[in-house]
Design a protein around this ligand. Sequence first.
Ligand code: GSH
Length: 214
Amino acid sequence: MVHYKLHYFDLYGRAEPIRMMFHLAEQTFEDRRFSFAEWPEIKKNETPSLFLFGQGPILEVDDKKIAQSLAIYRFVANTFGFTGFAGNSLMDRAQMDMIVDYYTDYLTKIADWYVVKAGYKPGDEEELRKTLLDPNRKIFFENLQGFIEKEGTGYIVGDKVSYADLTLLNHIDIFTRNYDEYLHGYPVMQDYVSRLRNLPLLREYLAERPDRPR
Ligand SMILES: N[C@@H](CCC(=O)N[C@@H](CS)C(=O)NCC(=O)O)C(=O)O
């Protein structure tokens, strides 16, 4: 049996969609979590033997290691079928990759707000929210709402929960913990997220997982 071990901070962050997929696939895995305080020592001792590029997450699959969260998402998605049922096409996969790549562009644009909000850097959070986050959020959510409505299945692509849905869900989950009006004014996003949260195995996981701010 294949042994999976995930190494990451004790946060949702970039690792949570991986944890969600393992849970939805009912696949056991080792979930090694460490604190910010422990990280410098771990990084010094385990780079590059484990942390190939000196960062997490890392997924160990037996004796192989995968770095880069999106590469891990795609590997786990392809392994467990979260890219859709067997009949789904390479085009569906490209659409999922497109959505996730678009999401990472958005994250890059609004990162200055998030680092201030999360307390990683000093700055005027309210000002950054008004001038940076809100206008970019509007474009991002209006585009996503268009995709969700056009697809008409409750999922962003196809007719089955995919790694793209879980990436968006995790992002929205983290951001609403930091900005409780994050989805206000975006009813299609609200419905979409609440449907995802209520998928049977996911609802159970979300209720039982450790509660983390980020
Ligand atoms: N592009 C990488 C970015 C990885 C990354 O920035 N990891 C952060 C945590 S979210 C990290 O390990 N930071 C600690 C460090 O750089 O020393 C990915 O998607 O995995």
